[in-house]
Design a protein around this ligand. Structure first.
Ligand SMILES: *Cc1c(COP(=O)(O)O)cnc(C)c1O
Length: 398
């Protein structure tokens, strides 16, 4: 008897990936038949401490035997502790917990509007975002980025967002009107191709927002929680926002997001204005605290920056040797991009066949997102795979 083709009951929105993993350990993933892959995707910058980190397992197991979920009808000490730590470590005074990045962004959008509403400027509802940005897949973040590939068939009317070119302060100034509530941007763009937003531009945006009396939100869903070499990338620039969206790495693989805010921005969010059933539950915030324990331990980010330097130096050598395959290295910390001359899909596939997993990004680029505790030997191994893949590239012009 011939077996029927196996079709998945999952919706097809993620395509049909074939690779399947049974377990992970540190920087490695293992298939059900025991094949080992070096994982430089880390669940798209989520598993910041690699797979199955013992401190995270311990926190999850301990909390799972006490209380998983109680709802925001009651005090949640784990959430209060995580919020307090985020406040102490950043510009912020207040934290709202969500379960994902898009919800953290969405909370920030609501806060922007409510802020102006509470000051008698209810007409200030429009939010300005930058070209090639990515802020999530629910309707408001989708409308903010307005990526034509993502919005088709999903938006109707004028959802209240404007887009301006990245790193163009004159265009931003021209787009601000008396209906503008605020600006959202990624200090390091991720999905659009790893691109560090110039610090000087961040400073000018901050000044412009202050001049116009509007709020500035940084989307650090991908760049946050140590990935830039700082807890949040904005800290490298010295420019603080009013609101910041965090998620991905914040739970090290457990779903959690946060919208962190200054007192001024958060003030109108009085009882009843916003909520999330799961947001900030004991299990998620216990794991979030465990992530911070490791990332904020003395020397952790310094060690990580040495791995970043090692990886960048190795990539620069590869780019110099194979300029017909890869052309430029971008990003900072361990949020690194490689611009490809050949198709990024082809290169990602070849690397996968050589057992190195990377993520594609916009602008025909690849993202390297190793765990923040990647070892020197693992970085060398990844570089060796990339080099060998370039050396064996079938279409090279000789
Ligand atoms: C991934 C990402 C989001 C969306 O996060 P989800 O958890 O998928 O909702 C938003 N902004 C940025 C910058 C991201 O990288």
């Amino acid at each position: 008897m011939t077996s029927a083709p196996i079709t998945s009951a999952l919706m097809s929105n993620y395509g049909n990936p074939e690779l399947e993993f049974d377990h992970g350990k540190g920087c490695y993933l293992f298939t059900p038949t025991g094949e080992r892959y070096l994982d430089f995707t880390m669940g798209i910058a989520v598993n910041c401490l690699g797979h199955c980190h013992p401190h995270l397992i311990a926190a999850l197991q301990e909390q799972s035997q006490k209380i998983w979920h109680s709802s925001n009808l009651f005090r949640i000490p784990q959430a209060e502790r995580l919020a307090r730590r985020l406040v102490e470590l950043t510009f912020a005074d207040r934290v709202f917990f969500s379960n994902s990045g898009t919800e953290a962004v969405e909370a920030g959008f609501k806060i922007m509007r409510r802020y102006h509403y509470s000051r008698g400027e209810a007409q200030r509802v429009r939010i300005i975002a930058l070209s090639q940005s990515f802020h999530g897949r629910t309707l408001a973040p989708l409308a903010a980025s307005a990526n034509p590939l993502h919005v088709e068939g999903f938006l109707t009317g004028d959802p209240g967002f404007d887009q301006v070119p990245w790193n163009d302060i004159a265009a931003l100034r021209a787009a601000i009107t008396d209906t503008t509530a605020g600006v959202i941007l990624e200090p390091i763009q991720g999905e659009g191709g790893i691109r560090v937003t110039p610090f000087d531009y961040l400073r000018q945006v901050r000044e412009l927002c202050d001049e116009k009396g509007i709020l500035l939100m940084f989307d650090e869903v991908q760049s946050g929680v140590g990935r830039s070499g700082y807890l949040y990338a904005y800290q490298a620039s010295g420019v603080a926002p009013d609101l910041l969206a965090s998620a991905k790495g914040l739970g090290g693989g457990f779903p959690i997001g946060a919208c962190i805010a200054s007192e001024r921005a958060a003030a109108p969010m009085v009882a009843g204005t916003h909520g999330s059933t799961f947001g900030g539950n004991p299990l998620a915030t216990a794991v979030g605290n465990a992530v911070l324990d490791v990332i904020m331990a003395p020397g952790f980010l310094d060690e990580m920056m040495q791995r970043s330097a090692q990886l960048c130096a190795g990539l620069a050598d590869i780019i110099a040797d194979y300029p017909h395959i890869v052309s430029q290295q971008t990003g900072m910390g361990l949020m690194l991009g490689i611009k490809c001359i050949v198709s990024n899909t082809d290169l990602a596939t070849a690397l996968k066949e050589a057992r190195l997993l990377v993520v594609k990004a916009g602008g025909n680029s690849l993202r390297l997102l190793p765990p923040l505790n990647v070892t020197a030997a693992e970085v060398d191994q990844a570089l060796a795979i990339i080099r060998a893949t370039c050396a064996n590239w079938p279409t090279r012009g000789d």
